[in-house]
Design a protein around this ligand. Structure first.
Ligand SMILES: Nc1ncnc2c1ncn2[C@@H]1O[C@H](COP(=O)(O)OP(=O)(O)OP(=O)(O)O)[C@@H](O)[C@H]1O
Ligand SMILES: [Mg+2]
Length: 239
């Protein structure tokens, strides 16, 4: 694939819960190596977008990943292709240890063979997880649990990591640490698509961003431009 081919290309995407349409004609693309943020308020459709990409909600339109049409492909096969979701609220297995949670991440066929080497890389990137490998996930702090969820995602050997509000419920200083780790993950070669209500945290790390409002993309651009955009400043940044 050439460097100019998007890793992920979404066009005319709609998503549905029963008859209710939660996304309307969403189009976006993510280039290899990018960090792209989808920002928006509660109920804008951010989680729904990630669910559509992982094919766990009904959708219409076109989604191409690594140049291939994803339509009709079951969720587990999307994981096999390297599109890995870190869900909202982290959803670790609370009564399993940190290490057992990591092991779950490498269950897919593409990751299983290299699981031991991948775990070593994850422990190097996130040393706290190595320290706490035998601790029950439910007893980790919020920030540690988010790190563990990211580590579990990395265990799947993602081409692209999808993150749903990694800053949720964390203190500003912890958010900063989580985001620094994400920047390291990206620098090591993983493309990142993250959704966030926390506009400032997201725009600080993302190369580009899309603003989602009531299921529609209403604004997009480079993060540095969006931070200066008066429409965004008044609507979301309150200044
Ligand atoms: N399982 C579901 N069944 C019916 N409607 C749903 C379901 N999940 C989400 N919705 C609706 O779809 C819309 C978009 O929800 P979504 O969870 O994608 O928003 P969000 O941007 O992730 O919000 P938040 O920031 O609060 O997580 C909302 O109106 C929500 O009520
Ligand atoms: Mg959500």
């Amino acid at each position: 694939m050439s460097a100019t081919t998007p890793l992920l290309q979404v066009s005319g995407l709609s998503a549905f819960y029963g008859d209710m349409r939660a996304l309307h004609d969403v189009s976006l693309e993510v280039m290899p190596g990018e960090i792209v943020a989808i920002v928006g308020a509660n109920a804008a459709g951010k989680s729904t977008l990630l669910r559509a990409l992982s094919s766990v909600v009904r959708w219409t339109g076109q989604i191409r990943f690594r140049g291939q049409d994803v339509s009709g492909i079951p969720a587990h096969a999307i994981v096999e292709r390297g599109l890995i979701q870190v869900p909202e609220g982290r959803e670790l297995f609370p009564f399993m240890t940190v290490e057992e949670n990591l092991d779950v991440g490498s269950y897919n066929r593409r990751a299983r063979a290299e699981a031991a080497a991948t775990k070593e890389k994850v422990f190097t990137l996130l040393p706290r997880l190595r320290e706490r490998r035998t601790q029950l996930a439910s007893t980790m702090s919020g920030g540690e649990q988010q790190m563990c969820a990211i580590g579990r995602g990395l265990m799947a050997q993602p081409e692209m990591l999808l993150l749903d509000e990694p800053s949720l419920g964390l203190a500003p200083v912890i958010i900063r640490t989580v985001y620094e780790k994400l920047a390291e993950v990206n620098a090591a070669g993983t493309t990142v698509l993250l959704v966030e209500q926390n506009l400032k945290a997201a725009l600080r790390i993302a190369h580009r961003a899309y603003v989602l409002e009531s299921g529609r993309i209403v604004l997009s651009g480079r993060s540095s431009d969006l931070l200066d955009d008066p429409r965004l400043r008044t609507a979301y940044l309150g200044r």
